[in-house]
Ligand binder design. Structure first.
Ligand SMILES: *Cc1c(COP(=O)(O)O)cnc(C)c1O
Length: 436
């Protein structure tokens, strides 16, 4: 019997006396044996809590349940667990029960932007499709913490069919993002059915899957899952590594299988106090990701969901991290740092300032070293006037119907004479309208 590590062997035997190596690598065994109580945490490790702490932890998981895979559990450094990035992502802290005035139940308004159950339609051309309410591990920093452990169910075909019909009836949707829960908690055949249904819709150009299984349950990436995924290209996968320690041998194997199947891989991280709020940790993380053919995609500012206050950093920490990456390392290793706007405004990119000043013919920029430089703008430039009639334009796109601009893009557009965007309930404009 050879487990990956002695520690894994020890944990497996404590959990299940008959466990063998093949169990450890069986994702269903891992899922069946997820650790869900404080008592089991103590039974399966050398970690011991005082009665007072235990009582607080039990109270915390009553509100926000606990679930951790034996695999992820085995990565914890039990000697220094309180500072351990794995432990902090997986185990409750009593601070979760502290409610701040800025905390919200559904900060991103995912429920309100839902035209039919299971769909969040926020952006013009893409939707989030929640196909599973099940996760192997309950990440303590989950933005959907309100729903965690509520009803570990998988919507049935009828329930999903309504959402699929919505996508089919909405021709602007060209990108469908399967999310959850974790989509990879579905059986291969069910996932295959969903992917087939969505793939059949002619206007859907790409499908994406967001999953944390390569991090918390890498054994889920089986050959038979790969065979399903391969049938539905172009299919993009986004995973969710937050710390370099999560890129283990098992995780690397899972990522290799996915990349070898031609699936472009991205990674979304969340900036978490006490876990990865350090430029060096994030740099190490992005380097390990690109070594595994995973492109760092987003670095999220922690959301305003209830129970996450102790994980939040100031926005300046994120800017400092991006400052330490841009120019200092490969461009494709730098994620976009974003704040997902409370109220459903979507993701807003945040960057250090590189544009220092500007005149009619020069821009003044600074680089990552602090060098200040000038870029001289062209003396002559004939702007192409856009009236949205691509067919008559000298640029050769020849579209039959160009999209209408919205937002700031509308203010910039030649063909639209809107000169201002004004918030709703503006008293000054209400007075004008009412003629008083
Ligand atoms: C994040 C998100 C998307 C995808 O956004 P991208 O910037 O295209 O990755 C789509 N819909 C919702 C509701 C989202 O939160």
């Amino acid at each position: 019997m050879s487990f990956y590590t002695e520690k894994q062997k020890d944990i497996a035997e404590r959990i299940d006396a008959d466990a063998v190596k093949s169990n450890w690598r069986d994702w269903r065994w891992q899922y069946r044996h997820t650790i869900k109580s404080i008592e089991d945490v103590e039974r399966f490790s050398s970690i011991k809590f005082t009665a007072k702490v235990r009582e607080k932890l039990v109270k915390t998981i009553k509100k926000f349940p606990l679930s951790i895979t034996p695999y992820y559990f085995s990565l914890i450094d039990q000697e220094d667990y309180l500072n351990d990035p794995i432990f902090r992502q997986a185990f409750p802290f009593p601070e979760e029960l502290v409610v701040n005035s800025c905390d919200m139940n559904d900060p991103l308004h995912e429920d309100r932007d839902s035209p039919v159950p299971q769909i969040t339609h926020r952006y013009p051309d893409r939707v989030l499709f929640h196909i599973s309410n099940v996760c192997a591990m309950y990440c303590r920093f989950c933005t959907r913490k309100r729903k965690v452990g509520d009803h570990d169910s998988i919507p049935n075909k009828n329930e999903l069919k309504r959402a699929i019909d919505y996508i089919a009836e909405t021709p602007q949707i060209r990108d469908v993002l399967l999310s959850g829960g974790d989509p990879f908690m579905l059986a291969d055949s069910y996932l295959d059915w969903i992917l087939t249904q969505v793939r059949q819709i002619p206007h859907v150009e790409v499908i994406r899957i967001g999953t944390r299984t390569p991090v918390v349950l890498p054994y889920r990436i089986t050959d038979s899952l790969i065979n399903v995924l391969k049938k539905h290209h172009p299919l993009w996968i986004n995973t969710h590594f937050n710390h370099p320690r999560e890129l283990t041998t098992s995780a690397t194997r899972a990522l290799t299988k996915l990349a070898d199947a031609g699936l472009p891989l991205g990674n979304q991280s969340v900036l978490l106090a006490g876990v990865n709020d350090c430029p060096r940790i994030i740099k190490k993380l992005v380097h390990k990701l690109v070594q595994n053919r995973v492109r760092p995609y987003y670095l999220y500012q922690c959301d305003l969901s209830e129970g996450l206050a102790h994980f939040r950093t100031p926005v300046g920490k994120g800017i400092e991290i991006i400052e330490s990456l841009i120019g200092h390392t490969s461009g494709f290793a730098v994620p976009t740092y974003v704040i997902d706007a409370p109220g459903g405004g979507g993701k807003i990119p945040i960057m250090p300032n590189y544009l220092i000043s500007w005149s009619t013919h020069k821009v003044i920029l600074r680089n990552y070293e602090g060098v200040i430089t000038t870029y001289e703008e062209p003396k002559r430039y004939e702007p192409v006037f856009c009236d949205r009639e691509c067919e008559k334009c000298t640029l050769q796109l020849k579209l039959h119907s160009a999209d209408e601009a919205i937002g700031i893009q509308k203010l910039l557009a030649d063909y639209d004479d809107t000169i201002a965007l004004v918030p709703e309930n503006n008293d000054r404009l209400d007075r004008r309208r009412n003629g008083s």
